[in-house]
Ligand binder design. Sequence first.
Ligand code: AMP
Ligand code: GLY
Length: 423
Amino acid sequence: MNILLLGSGGREHALAWKITQSTKCSQLFVAPGNAGIAQIATNVAVNPMDFNAVKQFVLDNAVEMVVVGPEDPLVKGIYDFFKNDSALSDIPVIGPSQHGAQLEGSKEFAKQFLVKNNIPTARYEAFTKDTVEAGCDFLKTLIPPYVLKADGLAAGKGVLILNDLTEAQQELSNMLVDAKFGDASSKVVIEEFLDGIELSCFVLTDGKSYKILPTAKDYKRIGEGDTGLNTGGMGAVSPVPFADAEFMQKVEERVVIPTINGLKNDSIEYKGFVFIGLIKVGNDPFVIEYNVRMGDPETEVVIPRIKSDLVELFQAVANQTLANAVLETDKRTATTVMIVSGGYPEDYEKGKAITGLDQIEDSIVFHAGTAEKDGNIVTNGGRVIAVTSYGENFKDALKQSYKNVEKINFDKKYYRTDLGFDL
Ligand code: AMP
Ligand code: GLY
């Protein structure tokens, strides 16, 4: 069948890599894709947020399945757009309904869902510009650091963690009154700080049943030792060594099952990935956030550890027969190291020629932000290339990734050399 994948990053390259290995896939189109994806699939110049353009492409090219990489089209309602259009309603969209996508689109919605379903999470309250004073008072009842979250999508920048009460009160006002994150911060969730180590749990669901995919841990900060600004992710490891069987049983019982049941009980249509951001406090899991898509760069380690046919799993999701499907995973560890443009996550330059891609041995290269220019592959984003490797343990896998990372070069290349330091 012909499949259309929406997105253009390392996550989409990893998904495309896996989808094209399926005998069920005759042609894979990726909108808009990147230079790496172009080597294995057909890139198409369609904006994933322009649903009418997506519709036209799907109809013109006999597309029989749409897989959504990033959150924006989901939060905008692409699932419902297909479902409600008689020309498209038979074509499955892998991703949640607009209602389900609120788990990522609104922090308050997610917190209400967590509380309603008795899923462990930090205590919180939500405020608007009419209740700034109450918000300032609520901050006084908390022990620092203070966690402030813009309710809406803010490109991963909407969470502030502050040590000082006065500063937290000032930032609350900046977010609510001065629209620091635009519309996204017209509501702010303030929550208790949880002290622990973070990991991500990925679930594929058809709305009735679920499969827990390999766990992963990403490294969000730009600097060594988890310092400096937040990024989209500088690398990842799967599985997470400290997420042992006992811990994962708690995750399944306390988090995954109540999440799937909560969606069912509220009649929220959900046929796609759930990305559960967890924090391990002592030996117990707490939910930090939900995302309604796969993580990036977590996908670059999770997908290579899935042995089963991904398109068959997607078909089972669409037909709601996931309970009968088998998920086979690779026992080995996978790691990925992200090579980024110097300056990222602040200002950086694009268009730098990338060399060494043909020198890579025993790793998988996933392109994140690349483009083709005059026959050369050039940088086209902050995060540029992810180098994924397998190993018997995370140290071996990382060693292999780093060996190949050194061969890839471009002007002002940067990467973190300390991934796994905390494991
Ligand atoms: P979020 O966008 O909700 O995942 O938040 C971004 C980051 O802020 C998370 O990955 C955590 O590192 C941190 N964070 C969010 N909420 C909390 C919390 N309640 N306690 C401690 N850290 C948090
Ligand atoms: N790596 C974190 C994310 O995809 O949101």
